[in-house]
Every structure is written in C-alpha cells, then in structure tokens.
Ligand binder design. Structure first.
Ligand SMILES: *Cc1c(COP(=O)(O)O)cnc(C)c1O
Length: 354
C-alpha cells in the first residue's frame, strides 16, 4: 500500500464554479485566474476543466507559452507583465497579453525591437498600492501607450484590496471610473469577491480566482451558499492508534496532555505535505466522515486526530483534512490562514487524483 495521502481534484466542481461566475457576471468575459499552478490544483488539468473561460491569467511566461502550444486560443494575460525584452518577444510571438504596471515596463516597450504589436493591460493603482499607476500617472502612461508602435489593444484594469471586507470597493471604483471615463477601451476590475458582491464592477472582463476553486471569499457567506463546490479534497488515513492514559502527552513540545484515558489517531499528513504547521490543536478534520479535531503540534509527516468520541475509528480509517464535507475556509480560519494559502501550499509529494 502506498502512503495514503491524496489530493482529489474534482474537475466537474471547477466547471460548476465557472458557471457560477458566468451567472454572476453575465455580460462580462471571464478571465480565469490560474496563477500558482491553478491555486495548487495543477496547471494543465485546471486549464482543461476551465477551458470554457474566455481567458486565463497567470504569471509565468513559460506556462503561458505552454498553454498556447497546447492549443488554447483564449486571451492569456501575464499578471505581472514582462520582465525583459525577451519576454516581450515571446508575448508577441505567442499572442499573449501583458499587464503594464510601472514606468520601467513602458521604457522596455520603447526599447522592444520587434515588429509585432502587443496587447497591454494598463494597471491603475486605486489604493491597494501594490502594482500600477496612480490615476494621475496613468493618464500620462495612457498617452504613451496610445499610438505606441509596439502596442495593439489596451485594456484598463485595477485590483481591489477590500472587495471581501466591510470596506468594500466604493472609493477605488469611483477613482477608477473617474480615470477611465474618457477612454473607450475595455475594462477589468473584479476578482471573485467583487464579481459576487458588486455587479457594478464587472465591466468587460472579470478575473475570478478563488471562487473557481470552490472557496468563499467572504467570512460571512459560505461557499455552499454561493453555489460553489470544493475542487480540492485532501484525504489521508489513520496509520497508527495510540491508547493514552491520563497524564500522557503527545507530539513535539508536548502541547497536549490527556486528562483521562483516550485514543488518538496518527494521520499520514504533515507540513511537508502542505498542511499548515501552525494549525493549533482543535483544528477540525473528518475521520470516517465524522467531525473531530487535531491535537498537539503538526509534525513534518504526521498529525494527531482526537478519537475520543469515535470508538469505531482505527488504523485505515479515512481522514479528510479539507474539501468535500469540511470547507477549506474552516480549516484556514482555525489555522490563522486563508484558503488561498492552504490550496497553494500543497506540496509536490502529494499524489493527485481526479
Ligand atoms: C489573484 C488575482 C485575482 C484573483 O483574485 P481572487 O480573489 O482569487 O478571485 C484577480 N486579479 C488579480 C490582479 C490577481 O492578482
């Protein structure tokens, strides 16, 4: 028997979640965000499951080239744009689109020697202060890009810092719309949270990521309430059972001490598989479909499951760390993390099955 941990990727959940995005943004085109290996779900398989999307957004130019070579005809956008003039040549050659977020990229465009033109997405910084030109700077950047010998189509974009929070998007949206008003070019603003909560942000292209993988971007609305299905289920099994007596301790640092006799299951899953090491005792997990909790400290290859209320559980019992039956958001919350992190953290040693 191989080590029993597996990540199950549910392709029909990805398809379902794309349909949810379409229903929420019926008049926009959908740019499926598949950065970070499709949020840890695996790139070729995610692109295939989401092939009904109108575009794909990612960071790595080699991945973008590979998608094109695999026959995808959609818009393929590089979210951090080009890092070199060689990148620009590949962008032109493979008909990719690139974000322009800083003056150095415009300077690179000025020095780009090729003849083919590039599609660019000009990024406007509306308050996140990560990438992009402030509205004042963006007006000048727009002048440089319009009519630039190396530029074909221009799309305007921004990214919201608080679409999933009470703060919302009103201020940044007004800034963006104020800037974009004079220009007749396509617009793209919304991530998952914005497209689900603020239809007025949908514009010409929406850019959902998280929701496609079946997690809710909101603390107060569950994925199920949004009609989303989890795409990733991390499963393993119990490989040993310890019978503790009162006073016995478990794990590194002896963070848990039994108050009375109890059974503890050893699960073949640890932080080297991508389970968060900082998940404290009490983090939820399913054993044989029953809700229970972790105990003690997560180690590299194993963690402890409380079996005190599960007398039937034994070596071989099925364990769900997150996914179907246990929303990843709940595990993330208990671990002081976000579901994005947990998905992306899955490591290469975990076998994936679809
Ligand atoms: C990651 C990313 C998205 C997707 O955000 P989600 O919250 O996962 O929907 C959209 N736009 C940009 C620019 C991003 O970097």
């Amino acid at each position: 028997m191989p080590r029993p941990i597996q990540a199950h990727i549910n392709l029909s959940a990805l398809e379902n979640n794309l349909r949810v995005a379409r229903r929420a943004a019926p008049s926009a085109r959908i740019m499926a965000v598949i950065k970070a290996e499709g949020y840890g779900h695996g790139l070729p398989r995610v692109a295939e499951a989401l092939s009904a999307a109108d575009g794909f957004a990612l960071l790595d130019i080699q991945d973008a080239v590979q998608l094109r070579e695999n026959g995808y005809r959609q818009t393929i956008l590089l979210l951090e744009g080009a890092f070199s003039t060689e990148d620009m040549s590949l962008i032109a050659q493979y008909d990719l689109a690139c974000v322009i977020h800083a003056a150095w990229q415009i300077a690179m465009l000025d020095g780009y020697p090729g003849r083919e033109k590039l599609d660019v997405w000009l990024k406007v910084n509306t308050g996140m202060n990560r990438l992009g030109f402030t509205p004042q700077q963006a007006a000048q950047a727009m002048e440089q890009l319009r009519g630039h010998r190396a530029v074909r189509d221009i799309t305007l974009m921004t990214h919201f810092a608080n679409a999933d929070e009470a703060r919302g998007i009103a201020g940044p949206l007004a800034l963006f719309n104020g800037f974009a008003a004079p220009y007749r070019v396509p617009r793209s603003l919304a991530n998952s949270a914005a497209l689900l909560r603020y239809p007025e942000t949908c514009g010409d292209w929406v850019r959902p990521g998280l929701m496609l993988y079946g997690a809710s971007p909101f603390a107060d609305v569950s994925a199920q309430q949004l009609g989303l299905q989890p795409a990733m289920t991390l499963r393993s099994r119990i490989i040993a059972v310890q019978e503790l007596r009162a006073g016995d301790e478990i794990g590194y640092g002896a963070l848990f001490r039994a108050e009375h006799a109890m059974r503890v299951g050893i699960v073949a899953c640890g932080y080297a598989d991508g389970y968060p090491r900082h998940a404290p005792g009490g983090t939820p997990l399913l054993v044989d479909g029953q809700m229970t909790q972790t105990l003690g400290r997560v180690s590299m290859d194993m963690l402890y499951a409380d079996l005190s209320k599960l007398p039937q559980a034994d070596v071989g019992s099925a364990v769900t760390l997150w996914g179907e039956g246990l929303p990843i958001e709940e595990v993330a919350r208990a671990a002081g993390a976000v579901s994005y992190e947990l998905m992306c953290a899955l490591t290469a040693r975990v076998p994936v099955v679809t």
